[in-house]
Structure formats: C-alpha cells, structure tokens
Design a protein around this ligand. Structure first.
Ligand SMILES: [Zn+2]
Length: 68
C-alpha cells in the first residue's frame, strides 16, 4: 500500500480498535519503505512489529480453534 493512502486511512480510522489482520508492505511510489501497514486502519509497523503482530494473530487463531 502507498504510504499516502495509509496516512489517509489512519485519519479516517481514528482511534477505533483494530486487530490488524491484514498487513501489507508500505510503498512510497515504487519503493518499499521497509515498513508495513495495516490495510484496515493504516497503522504502520516495522518488520519486528509486523512479525510480532502476525505471530499474536496466529496464536489467537490457534486458541480459538482449540476451543471449538
Ligand atoms: Zn489495523
């Protein structure tokens, strides 16, 4: 996603909670900024934060499937 689009998303999303289920590479023009953004709320993540968030989501999913 373009960093400018992400910025716009962040403004529109405001302070609502988001579980950041879809994270994509962030681009400025054709260049990867090395950051990642949530497609829903536009929050920026660095690589470590992105991996951590994905990991947490995976754990949460695993727990819910165990319950069900
Ligand atoms: Zn999000």
């Amino acid at each position: 996603m373009e960093s400018l689009v992400a910025k716009k998303l962040r403004v529109e999303w405001g302070n609502k909670p988001c579980s950041h289920t879809k994270i994509e590479k962030e681009y400025y023009g054709d260049t990867h900024t090395l950051d990642y953004v949530c497609l829903q709320c536009g929050k920026e993540f660095n690589v470590l934060e992105m991996l951590e968030t994905r990991d947490n989501l995976r754990k949460r999913k695993k727990q819910s499937t165990q319950v069900a």
